[in-house]
Structure formats: structure tokens, C-alpha cells
Design a protein around this ligand. Structure first.
Ligand SMILES: Nc1ncnc2c1ncn2[C@@H]1O[C@H](COP(=O)(O)OP(=O)(O)O)[C@@H](O)[C@H]1O
Ligand SMILES: [Mg+2]
Length: 215
């Protein structure tokens, strides 16, 4: 999926978050975004998924103008095409790990696939932990549940907000392999917000977000 953002701008009241953000991400491409805390990286990622609104500019995915979709159409589009790793995980506390990971498949009306869920848990280094409840997991383990959930339906667009922020270097490298594998093997577009130099070094392009734009 080609993501094309043109002249995107957002502000809260008088205060601009970012302006003049223009970028394009091709299928199979991995773009990393860096920038100071509070510069709007999470906000920009949310806009890419239609999870937040903006004041100027457009967000296009192939032929779809995300800003023109109503809430329900946008949710359906996102379900089908987007895998999102939230900075704060947003793992659902009343579902066990396997149920959290299979949520995207369930929402797409696909039949229960325990094998695929188990495979994803193995891939993120959480083998056999499907029956655990989120409250029994560490921050790093919750982050990996969120990553497994974002990948399980093989989305065309992967958006990840500091996905290795809570992981030790070895686990972080493993998770990066998994995210990059999705782009290289399945042609997904990957946009990753990160403070990690080693994660950013793996990207095809590294972009710096500032109040005035992205470059
Ligand atoms: N609901 C809100 N109202 C006002 N300001 C907000 C709101 N949400 C975020 N912001 C501000 O928007 C800016 C960008 O936030 P964020 O996207 O989380 O930055 P980053 O991810 O780069 O650290 C910050 O200065 C933050 O204070
Ligand atoms: Mg952030």
C-alpha cells in the first residue's frame, strides 16, 4: 500500500503541533521517524491510521482519502489494512494473551486460528503464554503482545510507536526482524517512530520530524 501524506498540519487551539508534513511510503518500504519528545510523532502516526484528525492537508492510502471517510468506514478500512503498535500497548485487560492477539482476525470475521496465534506468540518470544492475563505480564511482554496483535492479520500498513522502547537489546533486535520481515516478505509499508539508533539504522529512510515539517 502506498501512503501519501501531503502538507499535513495539526494544531491545538493556537499552538501548532506540526505543519507542512509531506511524505510518501511505498509498499515494502521501511521509514523511521525520529524527533524530540512532544514534537508530534505519536499524533502523526495516529493521523496516518485515521485515529486522529488534522487541520490541513491529506492522508491518502492508494486511492483512499482517509480524511473523507466517516468513522465507521475508517474503522473498517483500518481493520483490514492497518496493524498499529501503540506506545501504551492498549492490550485489553479482560482478554487473555491469545484472545488479544487474535482480536484482528476476529474483527475481520475470520475463523479462529489457534495455530497462527501460537506461531505469532513464538515469533515475539512468548511461547506458551496464550492463556495468561495481561496483568500477569511485564511491560516488555505486553509490548510484544501488542506487536503480535499488530502483525497477525498481515496488514499492508504497519505503524509502530516506539515498539522496542521497553525491550532489552536482544529481544528488541528479534522484534525488529519480525517487523522488517513483514515488509520484505509481504510488501507491507512500515512506519516506525523510535528513539533507538539501532532500530532507526535498519530503515530504508530516516526522517526527522520538527515543528516546521519533516525531512
Ligand atoms: N489533547 C491534547 N490537547 C492539547 N495538546 C495535546 C493533546 N494531545 C497531545 N498534545 C500535544 O501535542 C504535542 C505532540 O504530542 P505527541 O504526538 O504525543 O508527541 P511525541 O509522540 O512526539 O512525543 C505535545 O506537545 C502534546 O502536549
Ligand atoms: Mg509519542
Amino acid at each position: 500500500m502506498t501512503l501519501r501524506i501531503t502538507n499535513l498540519g495539526k494544531h491545538y487551539g493556537e499552538a501548532p503541533v506540526f505543519e507542512n508534513v509531506t511524505l510518501e511510503v511505498q509498499p515494502g518500504e521501511f521509514v523511521a521517524i525520529v524527533g524530540e519528545s512532544g514534537v508530534g510523532k505519536s499524533t502523526l502516526l495516529n493521523c496516518m491510521a485515521g485515529l486522529d484528525t488534522w487541520d490541513q492537508g491529506t492522508v491518502m492510502h492508494d486511492g483512499t482519502d482517509i480524511g473523507a471517510l466517516d468513522g465507521e468506514a475508517c474503522a473498517l478500512w483500518r481493520r483490514r489494512h492497518v496493524g498499529f503498535v501503540f506506545q501504551a500497548f492498549h492490550v485489553l485487560p479482560h482478554l487473555d494473551v491469545a484472545q488479544n492477539v487474535s482480536l484482528p482476525l476476529m474483527l475481520l470475521g475470520q475463523k479462529k486460528d489457534d495455530g497462527r496465534v501460537a506461531h505469532m506468540l513464538d515469533a515475539v518470544g512468548l511461547p506458551g503464554m496464550g492463556a495468561r492475563l495481561p496483568q500477569t505480564l511485564s511491560g516488555g511482554q505486553l509490548q510484544r503482545v501488542a506487536i503480535a496483535r499488530a502483525l497477525v492479520h498481515r496488514p499492508a500498513l504497519l505503524l509502530a510507536d516506539e515498539p522496542t522502547g521497553n525491550l532489552d537489546p536482544t529481544t528488541a533486535a528479534k522484534v525488529m526482524e519480525l517487523l522488517i520481515g513483514q515488509t520484505r516478505e509481504h510488501g507491507a509499508s512500515l512506519v516506525l517512530v523510535t528513539h533507538s539508533e539501532s532500530a532507526a539504522a535498519r530503515a530504508d529512510r530516516l526522517l526527522h520530524l520538527t515543528a516546521g515539517g519533516i525531512r
